[in-house]
Design a binder for this molecule. Structure first.
Ligand code: MN
Length: 514
């Protein structure tokens, strides 16, 4: 693999785009020169795989460059200053975002998974950071067999419980399926074997069958005058089959979408037309037609589904969709970042599109202290609500159609995602869940009352701050303690949590009435 494998995948790149990817690749090659993966191959292979995946999703040159550089700050001598000087603030911002996400720890307790997912999204601040992280995780899962056995299970579980739901919520069907099928055998080995054998027994020679039926369908569609179409087929992914089997009491004959054929046509009209042609060609099963074009799934998925029985006795689910729907169902939010759509404000913006700037705001982020110049908010120009793809607004579960202002929309989104909590880190990456407005004092007491009672100072993101500083989502907080330090009355208005206030009060009382 080399840099040209990435460049050929770029979507109409400029010379600058190509040069940027090349430069990032060379920088990474040099920085990681002495690194190898667990498999023994050069570390650069990992970065190239991530860059290639991002290109395949249709991401732009800057995101790909950040993907190539995503491990430099954490694993090499390269400093943030080096990256900034060579590649600029935006790429540094993405690389640091990915680096920071690496500190999100997973402890495998179900109770915390939802917070962890929120934290994951919140901490990323820019949706492109999440996309890079997903591409990174995909390659790590593809090479998981080389990782020491004691780490495999933790990584695979984290993939299923954090990354897969995030990918699903972002509508990224392709990577979601890849991730779950890679993680499945590690997390549920017994179930995996069972499902695998069941599928073999039922659909062992399915590729031959599917190829034959596909030719029949292609011929008929062409005869009818539908010329500009693509067909493909797939066997259901093992992990999603596993979930379906659990719902169907392990009766594989009750699973109708084991084999599926996809028909991709230019327009929505063609979709309905193709459905008619298919129902005339093959006998549809009753009650199996689903119109997800008129009624998209909550994550935005659109297609027509029907199940048919062919004269060869094959039960087949047929999925009919336009190219755009197909692209969206494979790449979800990533397809919106790069889709060239008219810009609301009328100004010409190349990449990131307005979605790239809108979406981070939706996921509400934390406001960056000191250096707000590099966040992408400045492009957010109240776009019309109806220009926001429906599925994105559904991520926020916004049901109230009367609300039209972006501000309200963003507010709803935040409430849903964060319900007035923030998540901050200890220096070793543990997560502390605090109310909005919390300060280092609250953090200190959340860690331990001894820490709270002897707090003498605080660092946020490695900078010394006042004790009344409001903490933000994703901050890394460090408390300095001194034996001689004690709570004072001044701390009371600073503390936002009842725990901290109670401890401060009782300590102050002890001081005054020993
Ligand atoms: Mn990596």
């Amino acid at each position: 693999m080399e840099v040209n494998d990435i460049i050929v995948q770029l979507n109409s790149p400029t010379e600058t785009d190509k040069a940027l990817v090349k430069e990032a690749y060379d920088f990474a090659a040099k920085a990681h020169a002495n690194h190898t993966r667990y498999s023994g191959e050069p570390y650069l292979n990992h970065l190239t795989a991530v860059g290639k995946k991002l290109a395949e999703m249709g991401m732009g040159a800057r995101t790909i460059a950040a993907g190539l550089l995503h491990d430099t700050i954490e694993d090499t001598e390269a400093t943030p200053e080096d990256i900034k000087e060579k590649f600029g603030e935006e790429i540094l911002f993405l690389v640091e975002g990915v680096t920071k996400l690496s500190s999100v720890r997973y402890y495998g307790s179900d109770r915390h998974n939802e917070s962890l997912r929120k934290l994951f999204v919140a901490t990323s601040q820019d949706i492109r950071v999440l996309i890079i992280k997903l591409a990174d995780r995909l390659h790590n899962m593809q090479t998981l067999q080389f990782v020491p056995a004691e780490k495999q299970l933790r990584i695979a579980r984290e993939t299923l419980e954090v990354y897969v739901p995030v990918a699903h919520r972002l509508g990224m069907g392709k990577i979601r399926k890849e991730l779950e099928d890679l993680a499945f055998p590690y997390v549920y080995p017994k179930e995996y074997n069972h499902v695998f054998k069941l599928l073999q027994s039922r659909a062992g020679k399915s590729n031959e069958l599917l190829e034959r039926e596909r030719k029949v369908l292609q011929k008929r569609l062409a005869e009818i005058g539908l010329l500009d179409f693509n067909t493909s087929y797939r066997v259901k992914g093992l992990y999603s089959l596993y979930h379906k089997l659990k719902r169907k009491e392990w009766d594989i004959n009750a699973v109708y979408d084991l084999l599926a054929m996809r028909v991709i046509v230019p327009t929505v009209e063609d979709c309905y037309r193709a459905l008619g042609i298919i129902h005339k060609l093959w006998r549809p099963l009753p009650g199996r037609v689903k119109d997800y074009i008129a009624f998209p799934k909550p994550n935005g998925y659109q297609s027509l589904h029907t199940t048919v029985a062919t004269p060869n006795g094959v039960i087949l689910e047929i999925q009919i969709r336009t190219r755009k729907m197909h692209h969206e169902s494979e790449f979800g939010i990533a397809s919106h970042i790069t889709y060239k759509e008219p810009i609301v404000s009328g100004e010409e913006v190349d990449r990131p599109s307005r979605f790239a700037s809108l979406i981070p705001a939706l996921f509400k982020p934390f406001t960056r202290r000191n250096n707000s110049s590099n966040d992408l908010k400045k492009v957010t120009k109240s776009p019309h609500r109806d220009k926001i793809p429906r599925w994105i607004s559904q991520i926020a579960n916004v049901h109230n159609e009367e609300k039209t202002s972006t501000a309200e929309f963003v507010e709803d989104m935040q409430k849903d995602f964060f319900s007035n909590r923030i998540f901050v880190f200890t220096p070793v990456g543990d997560v502390v869940d605090l109310p909005v407005g919390a300060t280092p004092i609250d953090f200190a007491y959340a860690i331990h009352s001894e820490v709270g009672d002897h707090t003498s100072g605080a660092m946020v993101n490695r900078k010394l701050v006042q004790l009344d500083t409001e903490l933000c989502n994703g901050d890394i907080v460090e408390i300095e303690t001194r034996k001689s330090s004690h709570p004072t009355k001044k701390w009371l208005p600073i503390a936002k949590t009842s725990l901290a206030r109670r401890k401060i009060r009782s300590s102050v009382e002890k001081e005054t009435h020993p």
